[in-house]
Design a protein around this ligand. Structure first.
Ligand SMILES: CC(=O)N[C@H]1[C@@H](OP(=O)(O)OP(=O)(O)OC[C@H]2O[C@@H](n3ccc(=O)[nH]c3=O)[C@H](O)[C@@H]2O)O[C@H](CO)[C@@H](O)[C@@H]1O
Ligand SMILES: C=C(OP(=O)(O)O)C(=O)O
Length: 433
């Protein structure tokens, strides 16, 4: 696609962010919850506080494709899902044209296994961040009794799952979606399943809460070891999705970059983990007042440089590494960033360098030589968070920054331009005509 035919973000820098912004519901909680809703054979699931993002639209298309009835009431930010008709094994397919557009598609596999006895995965997408294997998922399904085979010629994965039963599972590293997927595979498998070395992310706990409300028996959320007692059926229930800590982190960093003063409705400091402390060290001031997080950065004080290493929660979130890199270009001195989750998440550095930054990358380590006066440029959003980080860069750059493809930003941030404009930023989302 050429730049003229796609959504792009156009940002003119120089205005501090001030005012109140609403933090969206969590992308990385709603996607597993849509997968979990498909486990209920009766009734209608109601999910509230749903972010209006492209990944949710793709997930709903996928749910319809396999036979669910879905309604997305956007004004109410509510999804209603009826999965009672998920019984045609011929439809147990995740087609590449939808599934390859977002990572969360892999979270549909447990529902296909339990409801239809099989699954064929023709593609799984997600941001291109280097190698992103799914071996922990498939190995776990196999230990629960599924037969997983690879069709190398077509690049498909076939899963036969007639008789799942509880088992002892583990993850090599605490994979976020891996944890959610193995829990969902276990909740309807007869017997006890123990899963060791699981993820502790707040979204995982929200998914456990949702599944528990549906009737699942899950213990140990947040401890690193989870025990699941299989139940016979799950019921459709109502749930309000937690707020998106990455969206909150991005808005906080944008306020920091511009020397602004914002109130983030729904944001929680505790969900930021180590990112909170790193931003405080840089000179950002936080105050939690109930469900509102106040963020301030004194424009008269220079931002301090920082060292950060990404790691699973509560470590510094890899999804916040990109906006941190953009913020660090403004800090007085050298910042060191080590990306320890993904081996290819530094595509942002070259784009920021086009805007006047001085960032050196060596494998999974980067040095940001600040401070730099950024200037506008035409830049490429290689992935979702690179896109958001470039919008951050644009907010402090001299002149105009044009960021494309905007689709990647729209995958994960709802009404991004509208919310930023409400804070006083000059950001426009341009649609192709
Ligand atoms: C939809 C969703 O929730 N996406 C989030 C989720 O992605 P996702 O769940 O895909 O990330 P994981 O935690 O699984 O991946 C972390 C690391 O483990 C590796 N790995 C993972 C699974 C596996 O079977 N084999 C394997 O080797 C991956 O290649 C990666 O290097 O957590 C990431 C890490 O916080 C975030 O960046 C993503 O925003
Ligand atoms: C990497 C991300 O998402 P996904 O796992 O959906 O690609 C992200 O949210 O930054």
């Amino acid at each position: 696609m050429s730049m003229g035919q796609e959504v792009r973000y156009r940002v003119r820098g120089g205005r501090p962010l001030n005012g109140t912004a609403f933090i969206q519901g969590a992308k990385n909680a709603v996607l597993p919850m849509i997968g979990a809703a498909l486990l209920a054979a009766k009734g209608r699931t109601v999910l509230r506080n749903v972010p209006i993002i492209e990944d949710v639209r793709r997930a709903l298309e996928l749910a319809e494709h396999i036979g669910a009835k879905v309604e997305f009431h956007e004004a109410e930010r509510t999804i209603v899902i009826d999965a009672s008709q998920l019984n045609d094994p011929e439809r147990a397919v995740l087609p590449a044209d939808i599934a390859a557009r977002f990572r969360g598609s892999v979270l549909f596999v447990p529902a296909l296994m339990h409801r239809m006895g099989r699954a064929r995965i023709e593609g799984v997408g997600g941001c291109n961040l280097g190698s992103r294997n799914l071996d922990f998922h498939y190995r776990g399904f196999a230990r629960l009794g599924a037969e997983v085979s690879e069709d190398n010629e077509r690049n498909h994965i076939n899963v036969e799952a007639g008789n799942l039963k509880g088992g002892h599972l583990y993850l090599d590293t605490p994979s976020h979606t891996g944890t959610e997927n193995l829990i969902m595979a276990a909740v309807l498998a007869p017997g006890t399943t123990v899963i060791e070395h699981v993820a502790l992310e707040p979204e995982v706990l929200d998914v456990i809460e949702f599944l528990t409300r549906m009737g699942a028996r899950i213990k140990g959320g947040g401890t690193g070891i989870i025990t699941v007692e299989g139940v016979e059926e799950l019921t459709a229930v109502e749930h309000t999705i937690m707020s998106d800590r990455i969206d909150a982190g991005v808005f906080a960093m944008m306020a920091a970059a511009t020397g602004g003063d914002v109130s983030l409705v729904g944001a929680h400091l505790t969900h930021l983990g180590v990112a909170r402390w790193k931003l405080e060290q840089m000179g950002v001031q936080f105050a939690q007042q109930g469900a509102v997080l106040h963020v301030h950065r004194d424009p008269a004080m220079a931002l301090r440089p920082i060292n950060a290493v990404t790691s699973p929660y509560p470590g510094f979130a890899t999804d916040l590494q990109s906006p941190l890199m953009a913020l660090a270009t403004l800090a007085e001195g050298e910042s060191y960033i080590h990306e320890a989750i993904y081996d290819g998440r530094f595509a942002l550095a070259d784009e920021l360098n086009k805007m006047g930054a001085k960032i050196e990358v060596d494998g999974t380590r980067a040095i940001v030589h600040g401070p730099n006066a950024l200037h506008g440029a035409e830049v490429v959003a290689h992935d979702l968070r690179t896109g958001a980080a470039l919008v951050l860069g644009g907010l402090v750059a001299e002149g105009e920054t044009v960021i494309a493809p905007g689709y990647l930003v729209d995958r994960g941030h709802a009404q991004f331009a509208t919310r930023l404009a409400a804070l006083g930023a000059d950001v426009i989302r341009e649609e192709p005509v």
